[in-house]
Design a protein around this ligand. Structure first.
Ligand SMILES: *[C@@H]1O[C@H](CO)[C@@H](O)[C@H](O)[C@H]1NC(C)=O
Ligand SMILES: *[C@@H]1O[C@H](CO)[C@@H](O)[C@H](O)[C@H]1NC(C)=O
Ligand SMILES: *[C@@H]1O[C@H](CO)[C@@H](O)[C@H](O)[C@H]1NC(C)=O
Length: 278
């Protein structure tokens, strides 16, 4: 499981989010940003901007009580306050990589993190250094055993730079948290088509279906029918990404519970219903 948490600033906590022993449950702290509080870029020096309630102590505590839990910091996100965040080409790539490495190493140590997620959402029109800088950063963080997990979060308008990253550095990228809710599909069959498209662009075994709680794209139990349809069509559902815990408290984490049921139980009721319905 991949669960974004902390992006809205609401005082969210890890404890209420249900996680099952048999599942690697990744909390993705949202977000670590290469900017000062006014949104000015800091040449690779990342700072944590997730909800203040997600303290280093609370990360340590949830990991101690639930050894299946891992914690990641997601890099960038859409905006910080009123500033829309974007990838910018650093003046000196090596300096940016070195600053990012040092600042993230400190953050990983302070917050007991296991990895990073890449969620840059805006790019310069041409000639981006994104794939090189981020690919080298992940490679270095893994080589120095600072992190053990790296994931990426493309959406429909950012596939090109992420494909470039994945093509060149796919061996250090563990999962693709594609934001299917931006693909504007609301039915299981459409979801299957979107999954086929993204599976061709990335790696079908690293690609995770995703769901936006109270948000865009497929909503409600149709999501679970879609997961069944993926399996009927020969895909393995290796995990589920949910955005986000901040919204899920409003429905008692229904989608987290059902997703984990699905992952634990390959003969789930959803499969039966999907066969009847679709
Ligand atoms: C764009 O690409 C050219 C040729 O590869 C390179 O010389 C130049 O530095 C690049 N510019 C930026 C802003 O990355
Ligand atoms: C780190 O990189 C060096 C040089 O390429 C390599 O010999 C070493 O095995 C790598 N270590 C890890 C943990 O990947
Ligand atoms: C798996 O799903 C079936 C059908 O809903 C249910 O009867 C069974 O109890 C589930 N098994 C587990 C281990 O959850």
């Amino acid at each position: 499981m991949m669960e974004y948490i902390g992006a809205t600033g609401a005082p969210v906590k890890f404890d209420p989010v249900p996680n099952e022993d048999g599942i690697d449950f990744h909390f993705i702290l949202s977000f670590a940003i290469d900017a000062d509080p006014s949104g000015n870029a800091q040449n690779g020096k990342f700072s944590p901007y997730w909800a203040y309630t997600l303290t280093p102590e609370s990360v340590a505590a949830i990991k101690k009580s639930h050894p299946n839990v891992k914690a990641l910091a997601s890099l960038s996100g859409w905006s910080l306050g009123d500033t829309v965040l974007r990838w910018y080409n650093p003046l000196d790539n090596q300096l940016w990589i070195s600053n990012a490495f040092s600042s993230l190493k400190s953050m990983v140590e302070e917050y007991h993190l296991d990895g990073i997620d890449i969620d840059y959402e805006n790019f310069p029109k041409h000639n981006s250094t994104f794939a090189y800088c981020i690919g080298e950063l992940i490679t270095l963080l893994k080589n120095q055993s600072v992190i053990s997990i790296a994931t990426i979060a493309p959406f429909h308008a950012t596939t090109i730079p992420y494909i470039e990253l994945f093509d060149n550095y796919g061996d250090v990228i563990d999962f693709v948290n594609h934001q299917f809710y931006t693909d504007k599909v609301r039915k299981p069959k459409g979801y299957l088509e979107a999954f086929k498209l993204r599976a061709g662009q990335f790696d079908k075994n690293k690609l995770l279906p995703s769901y936006e709680v109270n948000g865009r794209g497929i909503q409600g139990d149709a999501f679970f029918y879609a997961l069944s349809l993926l399996e009927e069509n020969g895909y393995t559902v290796n995990g589920v990404m949910i955005f986000s815990a901040d919204a899920s408290s409003s429905n008692d984490y229904y989608y987290e519970r059902k997703s984990q049921d699905f992952l634990l139980n390959s003969t789930s009721v959803w499969k039966v219903v999907a066969q009847i319905t679709y």
